[in-house]
Write a protein of this length. Sequence first.
Length: 268
Amino acid sequence: MESFFQQSGEHMADTTDKAVEIMNEEGRGAAIIVCEHASNHIPAAWGDLGLDAAARQSHAAWDPGAAPVARRLAEALDAPLVAATVSRLVYDCNRPPDDPSAMPAQSEAIAVPGNAGLSAAARAARVRAVYAPFTDALSALIARRQAEGAPFALVTIHSFSPTWFGTPRAVEVGILHDTDRRLADAMLAEANTLSHRDIRRNAPYGPEDGVTHTLRAHGLANALPNVMIELRNDLLATPAAQDGMAAEVLRLLCPALAALGLREGYDA
């Protein structure tokens, strides 16, 4: 059955119950790209979590537009792309197992009945089925790349909604970091090349909001330069818009990688 990487539509069809998919696994570019919220697919084992169709397609269930942008970056950089293929409402792969928001009973205004009152055993089953395969695959890929000796960075791609609890968000591109700010600083130093964009550090979220789990678990833990890129999802509504935003991200990311000695001679 067709991979979500090959689909042209925004909505991801029910394609597989694998928890993780890796594109261009043998890529040797200067980054590993990660997309933890690439899919809104809910495997049959969890029914529909009590959600209607609108909720299952909403930002609560995934990051609309993030996967196509991540794929375009991976192609441009000859980078592997590690993507979750299960909705974050089943398990949010950017959260550790002990975080209640890993399996949220409420996401903004959307209640998730299938996540209410989960037992310890039910939570553990989701960790085994979704989080463990995802994090293990990413860990194994990082270990292989590090064993080869060429330096690289960890880059995670997300999207966010234009409003939050009814409040508009002016920020368009967020450059997020935890305690290692090297790559974020280098990208923000290029922000003047995108003067038409509202680009901010640690916005609309920051590490205090618990959103840097992947950066901490796989970037900081392996001493990799790392960054989380948040893109407002109304700017990713069409394939053309996704192409344009990917090109803009490359205008920030490629010089930043080069500045850290990770990539030479690449023109975005």
